[in-house]
Design a protein around this ligand. Sequence first.
Ligand SMILES: C[S@@+](CC[C@H](N)C(=O)[O-])C[C@H]1O[C@@H](n2cnc3c(N)ncnc32)[C@H](O)[C@@H]1O
Length: 499
Amino acid sequence: MGKKLQNNSTNKSRVSNKKPKPSKEEKELLETVDSLLRLTTFPIHNNVAQSLDCQKQINSFIERIRVLEEKLSKKQNKSSDSKTTPVRHSKENIETFTGWLKENNAELNGCSISVFDGYDLGIKVDKDISQSSLVIAVPRKITMSVESARKSIVQDLVNKVDILKNMPNVLLAVYLLVEKFSETSFWKPYLDILPKTYTTVLYFTLSELEELKGSPTLEVALKQIRSIVRQYAYFHKLFWASEDPVSELMKNKFTFSEYCWAVSTVMTRQNMIPSEDDNSMINALIPLWDLCNHTNGTISTDFNSQQDRSECLAFRDFKAGEQLFIFYGVRTNADFFVHNGFVYEDNENDIYWIRLGISKSDPLQEKRQELLKKLGIWSMAEFSIKKGPRPVDGRLLAFLRIFNMDSDQLDHWIQSEKSSDLQYSECALDTALEHKSWTFLKARLSLLLASYKTKQEDDEKLLEDPNLSANLKVAIKMRFTEKRLLQDCLVYAEEMIQK
Ligand SMILES: C[S@@+](CC[C@H](N)C(=O)[O-])C[C@H]1O[C@@H](n2cnc3c(N)ncnc32)[C@H](O)[C@@H]1O
């Protein structure tokens, strides 16, 4: 009898250890995620039309996934008390965050956290600040880095999962979610001050993405979405199939929306700081510092190794009442759009990357290629069209000239010891060749401008609409600033033709 009882109890524990059968919704979710993973694993697309087509299929899976995840999360919340999240901009929330910063010895000198039209939160200057004064200091202890992730429960998973080992931004995103889903997170005041939603391309509908037809940035955006969707599908499968503490925590909470949020948080706010042993640079989220918005200027943030903290100095004088801006670094608007979810119209460092190449059917292909090689230029390459009075740099100028030379001119410059002079506008060249080169560029620019669905003036009008959604505003600004670069360069080419 005793034996029987023992057996019974073993059987019982066997039954309770058995994984519960997935519900109908869970089963469908797992199957849909599986299909999504397969769809995004081989993203070989030859053109943007194919990429958009694939995006359509991705979206139909995502739509279903969202519905299922919402249903499952509602079921979950019935049985557990759902945590209430504070309103981001509320006085109480900002006070809790600043209290947490103070407790942990962060500094915000002569400034406060405030809301700014068109920027969401930012840093407001409360009294005049002179250039180079220390405005923000954030100790390593409250910096959420890949090192802090490795000291958390995520560590075991990092050892097993290559993507977490090799992609620090992905590790940071997963760590952020682990902290968000934990009952008692040290980072709660920071998590509560983070935006609830973003204008990164992950939040764009298909029709919002299609506003970018004709723009080279569309292809980059689609690639980025595909890659993050794939990461989501990969982690979803991993968490459902594993039993480590992170997977257990994530199983019912890790949704597509949550992953988009985490990835967007990381990509719009991360910075690099030195590792604790000072041997490498590591990805990190720096609370408070990451409330500063961007403007043209110079980098004024650095890590103070003696004090073990990130420090931000004023890069210019700021008057009381102004917003304290910082400079995020030299980036094009396409970079800002794809990685930061905004477009900066006055971006001094903006560039349109134009792809140009020598055709294989060109009878002078070999000669052109040889001359280009002498100048260190590939026969198919991306060239920059810059903002400002001189949109064409030496590299592009040399390419235009070589592309338009006849056989004798090519022979001459291949033999010349001064072939690098082709990069200078002062280089003495046949006026017919100069004319041909600029005419060629003008034609190319006109074609690129014609590929957009709207004109610059249309975009300007659309941007005046106060009811324009945040995503559309960013998308329209993106194509507008590209067209402006192309148009300015076209005017420049026309001036060169007249010379
Ligand atoms: C590091 S956060 C800065 C704080 C942010 N405004 C907030 O509310 O948390 C970066 C984000 O701020 C916004 N941002 C920063 N500089 C901007 C600018 N010059 N124009 C528009 N938005 C900007 C973008 O949404 C960007 O992704």
